[in-house]
Design a protein around this ligand. Sequence first.
Ligand code: SF4
Length: 428
Amino acid sequence: MGKSTSIRKEDSMIRQKQMLAKQFLELSQVKETGKKVVYTFVPGNLTELILSFDMLPVYPEINALQSGMRKKSGDYISEAEELGYSEDVCSYVKCDIGMMVSGNVGPTGQKLPPPDLLLLSYTGCFVFMKWFENLRALYDGVPVAMLHVPYQGGGAMNDTVVNYVIEQLEAEVIPKLEQVSGKRFDSDRLKTMMEQSAEAEELMVKVFESAKHVPSPVDAYFGGVYYVGPIFTAFRGTEDCVRYYDELYKEVETRRKEGKGPICPEGEIDERFRVVVEGPPNWTHFREFWKIFYDLGAVFVASSYTRVGGIYDEGFRHESSDPLKSMAKYCMGCYTNLSLPQRIDLLGRLLKEYQADGLLVNSIKSCNSFSAGQLVIMRELQKRLGIPVGFIESDLVDPRYYSYSNIKNRIDSFFQMLDQRKQMGVMD
Ligand code: SF4
């Protein structure tokens, strides 16, 4: 493992940074351009639809995670707690509200414009609804469009629920987008965007599936955060997005053919362990957290987190033949909208298909949507597959809940267990 003090970056990361810079610049210029701004959420987002009206999306949870990475979230959370938000409220919500009342300066240092529309198309987590109730209070008079996406409690989608979502798109969401943008819905434009979405999704799946190779050329958790960025947020449906994934896939293919491991900020990871991880990463100490695994030679070959903004490796693609139907299915298919048995089956499949040595669970204090049921997931997968399972606790953006020594101790014990099994030949 070569150590290096400078941060290593892939070309696609630089391209992604440029795409983000352009997006935030556009947001900072809406007074001059007259473009309308839609605040919405990542899981179950309607990005192509928003872009087809030439509106600009803003994702509050992305701003929160960016604030976490830039060490600003602690102050924003304190701001929100001073306003009366309790310690138990999701730290994304407090970070976002704290950022707004502190001037609403986004991750690039440019001020974010206020919303012209609050589009609540959340999936799986009731907190999203309360979050927007609070934003509505902050932005008095801003129109709200709500898309109710049924939870997959029964473990499957059926025509009734798909049609229920389509009807809301037609009767509630599209009319509000027309009203706020002043433009008519253009179904041909949306269809073209769906085709571009599908092209990018196809490439992204290939990138993640390259982790089936030993050694894996990608890290599907820490690296995966970058890989899902454009598709999960403001770029799905654009040519830029397709170009990004095309470039990324070529980079990954080159590494795979050369037998190289993933690139992390410390350098290239020399794969010793292959792990599947459940739960989001911690953002406040992202690099330090990743380095713990780099030092151990641990590569995350699959993660549930990279499925929170859509599950594509089971065949779903956005479709131009019936765009509203495919949007409805997309919304319902996001990871946090799945029932517990569906999540267990999915993780079990990933552990087997990606030849993982074990499962690591990162239990996030703020996020019940992920954390509720994780102990059941662990027990069930241990029983079904006989694999070792590790458990750590942290938070998304509240630095008070990240303890390096606790996390490191638990990770070390987990990997000692994996190491012993390797030496005994249990995993061969
Ligand atoms: S509780 Fe979890 S899923 Fe819900 S808004 Fe917070 S971070 Fe997102």
